[in-house]
Write a protein that binds this ligand. Structure first.
Ligand SMILES: [Zn+2]
Length: 456
């Protein structure tokens, strides 16, 4: 009798164990897919003219939370918004990856307290290292390590730590010159040089991978052996984009410091060059835009901001209370980025700060990234995003506007990273001059980082 009960109990435990294993295997991709959808749509029509213009732009985006998810970004994924093939297909040169380290349950734009921590659960479910469970700093460090590991596996990727890193690799002037497509010979020479291919290797490669006159499948070479991944490269981009993707690390909220100023240096040392002060709740630095206090900077917040500026860390004020932004401005801690936002005068929302304060940020030399989701633009289509960009350019100056998608930040979007040329098309359709389109699609962001990153 006893043995039967034991056997039944053992059976139940085994079944429960299998259920837990199945949950741990299936839940992370399930959540990633569910939280970061792309609205199904027909392919966007991009004219040859828009595609040619897009290919001359070092496309740059100020905000993606991709490192929060267990997703292999080296290959093309059916879920989420960002991976290397899709970035390349979208013509992206520079992407800021932002580390989310704590979010409240029932997150909303009006009012959240700091008592709950959904990222702890996500870290456990995704089987992040034990050290990340109880430390926001460790969660940020882990996300930096993930990005470094990806970068280490792709010879075309650099994680930028200094303006000289960026300058050495961006050849920004090259992007401007690159209006005409390279000839077949120029293209072949460049690919052979980049990937150290012999004439025969190149011929075989080109035969297998050319996709029409303007696109080639991106080579993926390691130890002298070249295969291909699923990304396509516009030939116009091949000549000057070396390496082809530059990443910058940012935090989303300085609760990532675990309340300790010394962690600014630890995060700097693993590569963080942008630090957001807040996310959805008040923290030790002061008030969030969606917190309970509306406070400005605390004494700790002022000390943190001072230390960040000593290290030439760029401060991101997206999600900070208006009083926090005013306090930081008064300290001379700018120029700031507002990495992902809309404009309150264009789309009134508790997620968007007032136009008056946005004007102060721009006047201080700041850079404002326009988000791709409906809550901030009131219309997440390429035309709607273009409309918000035009509003910002007209109101705050075209030199202060950039892209700030919030890709993979649990938002619903209508285009993923591979489809960014649709925004170039929409800006052309709206009558924006080509030079201005180059600025807002990436030129401003590259310039901003060249001007504001530390020298080393
Ligand atoms: Zn955010």
């Amino acid at each position: 009798m006893g043995t039967i009960i034991l056997r039944i109990a053992a059976g139940i435990i085994a079944v429960l164990g299998l259920v837990v294993i199945a949950f741990l295997a299936m839940a992370p991709p399930y959540f990633d897919n569910k939280m970061n959808p792309v609205v199904p749509h027909a392919p966007y029509q991009v004219s040859e003219e828009a595609q040619a213009l897009h290919a001359t732009i070092p496309v740059a985006d100020l905000h993606a939370d991709t490192m929060l998810w267990n997703r292999d970004i080296l290959k093309r994924n059916e879920r989420g918004h960002v991976d290397l093939p899709r970035l390349r297909e979208g013509g992206v040169f520079l992407q800021v990856f932002t580390a989310v380290t704590k979010t409240p349950s029932g997150q909303n734009y009006e009012e959240n307290d700091a008592s709950t921590d959904d990222i702890r659960t996500l870290a456990m479910v995704q089987r992040w290292p034990r050290r990340t469970w109880d430390s926001r700093t460790e969660r940020a460090i882990y996300q930096a390590q993930k990005l470094a590991a990806f970068a280490g596996k792709d010879p075309g990727v650099i994680v930028v730590r200094s303006w000289s890193d960026l300058a050495a690799h961006s050849d920004y002037e090259g992007w401007r010159r690159q209006v005409d497509h390279p000839s077949d010979e120029e293209f072949a020479e460049e690919v052979k040089r980049l990937y150290q291919m012999t004439e025969e290797e190149y011929d075989a490669y080109a035969e297998a991978n050319m996709k029409g006159p303007d696109f080639i499948q991106w080579p993926n070479c390691r130890d002298g052996i070249c295969g291909s991944n699923s990304g396509y490269l516009h030939r116009g981009q091949a000549i000057h984009k070396v390496p082809h993707l530059a990443f910058i690390l940012g935090t989303e909220g300085s609760h990532a410091l675990d309340g300790d100023l010394a962690n600014i240096d630890r995060l700097f040392d693993v590569g963080y060059r942008v630090m957001g002060l807040h996310h959805f709740f008040d923290n030790k630095l002061g008030g969030s835009l969606h917190g309970t206090s509306g406070d400005g900077l605390s004494d700790f917040g002022r000390a943190a901001v001072e230390r960040m500026r000593e290290k030439e860390i760029i401060i991101d004020v997206a999600h900070s209370s208006e009083q926090t932004v005013r306090d930081a401005l008064a300290m001379g801690a700018g120029p700031f980025i507002v990495s992902h936002t809309g404009f309150d005068g264009h789309c009134s929302s508790p997620r968007n700060i007032s136009d008056g304060l946005m004007a102060d940020i721009a006047e201080d030399g700041g850079l404002i990234g326009v988000g791709f989701w409906e809550d901030v633009t009131c219309d997440a289509s390429p035309a709607g995003i273009a409309d918000a960009i035009l509003y910002g350019a007209n109101k705050f100056g075209v030199d202060h506007i950039a892209l700030g998608s919030d890709y993979d930040g649990t938002v619903t979007v209508e285009l993923d990273a591979s489809e960014l040329a649709a925004i170039t098309q929409a800006l052309m359709d709206a009558g924006m001059p080509d030079d201005d389109i180059r600025k807002v699609m990436g030129g401003n962001t590259v310039r901003f980082f060249l001007e504001n990153l530390p020298a080393e």
